[in-house]
Design a protein around this ligand. Structure first.
Ligand code: PBG
Length: 326
């Protein structure tokens, strides 16, 4: 008989461990946390079982759990008490994520804090920038200085990484310059420059109370049908000084992650977004799928070329890794 015997390398668990090409470790994980300005709160998000809005006075509970799991990086999203047309809560030095960051750095100085530079959680209309009164569309250039103020204030609060998700043109150039001019040339930018206008963000907008009150985000986020557009976004963000690139969402966009990996040598981050989390969480909780599908999804993102994964499953994954799941 003449054929290849591929099963030789699959014969035992140790053999499979030896030849496994893709591995997940705790070092790869970034855990998002929703922090609310409403005191004494720990409220489960209805559309994201196991994920909470938590107040500053109880944030230590969440951080202690994170540290005990072995998670090394967190990302804060804010739910302010007050919102206004220009999102001023985003660039206030005592804004909710600035305070969360200061507390986290005080309690667990070694845990990396990433802050998302965007206005949508802070604007009363829910868009990621200022609205032009004539066109009712987000105005790019007048939004940029506010994003710079936000990033600088986040760096001043002690953020280790600035992660802008607003999708305005030129945001990397402007934020880089703002950080450099204010003494933060050592702080890297993780750009969410490849961000699609996706319905998979639905549960996040419940969690962060940031759904747009009119229209949608399709004039600034990318069309899910486009692949070459991702190459153009990648090219300009790298030229503008991005240190790392996020592709978002992840699971329906594995081809894009692979393209970005093949075209750049910066760290690539897959954002396993809220809708992806909720679909899998519900299927597992209802017993329709085994829990190990969570690991399979993470491995698929890494196999596609991601180095790092932002995921609401981070705590579950740490437990699975402790139990020896691969
Ligand atoms: C802010 C932002 C969003 C997400 C991350 N940062 C929402 C959006 O663009 O509407 C979504 C994350 C998720 O769905 O988990 N612009």
């Amino acid at each position: 008989m003449s054929f290849d015997r591929h099963r030789k390398l699959r014969r035992t668990a140790y053999m499979r461990d030896l030849v496994r090409e893709t591995k997940l470790t705790k070092d790869d994980l970034i855990y998002p946390i929703f922090v609310t300005e409403t005191e004494n709160t720990k409220k489960e998000i209805e559309s994201m079982k196991g994920v909470y809005q938590i107040s500053l006075d109880r944030l230590h509970e969440e951080l202690e759990e994170v540290a005990a799991c072995g998670i090394k990086s967190v990302m804060f999203f804010g739910i302010p008490k007050e919102k206004d047309a220009c999102g001023s809560g985003a660039y206030h030095d005592h804004g909710i994520v600035q305070e969360a960051c200061k507390l986290s750095k005080k309690l667990f100085p070694e845990i990396l804090v990433l802050l998302d530079t965007c206005l949508c959680e802070y604007t009363d209309h829910g868009h990621c920038g200022l609205i032009d009164p004539d066109t009712k569309d987000v105005d790019n250039d007048s939004t940029l200085p506010l994003l710079v103020d936000t990033a600088v204030s986040q760096a001043r609060a002690g953020a280790d990484i600035i992660a802008p998700s607003n999708m305005m043109d030129g945001f990397v150039t402007e934020i880089r310059k703002g950080l450099d001019d204010n003494g933060f040339s050592h702080i890297p930018i993780m750009s969410y420059g490849i961000k699609y206008a996706s319905k998979f963000y639905g549960p996040f907008r419940d969690a962060a109370e940031s759904a747009p009150s009119f229209g949608d985000r399709r004039t600034y986020q990318m069309d899910p049908a486009n692949r070459l557009e991702a190459h153009r976004e990648l090219k300009s963000d790298l030229e503008e000084g991005a240190d790392m690139m996020i592709v978002k969402p992840a699971l329906s966009y594995l081809d894009i992650i692979r393209d970005v990996r093949n075209q750049s040598d910066v760290p690539i981050i897959a954002y396993n977004v809220s809708g992806e989390y909720s679909m899998t969480r519900n299927a597992v909780d209802q017993g329709l799928l085994e829990e190990s599908v969570i690991m399979e999804q993470m491995i698929s993102m890494k196999r596609a070329g991601a180095d790092i994964i932002i995921t609401y499953f981070a705590k579950d994954l740490c437990r699975m890794l402790d139990e020896g799941m691969k």
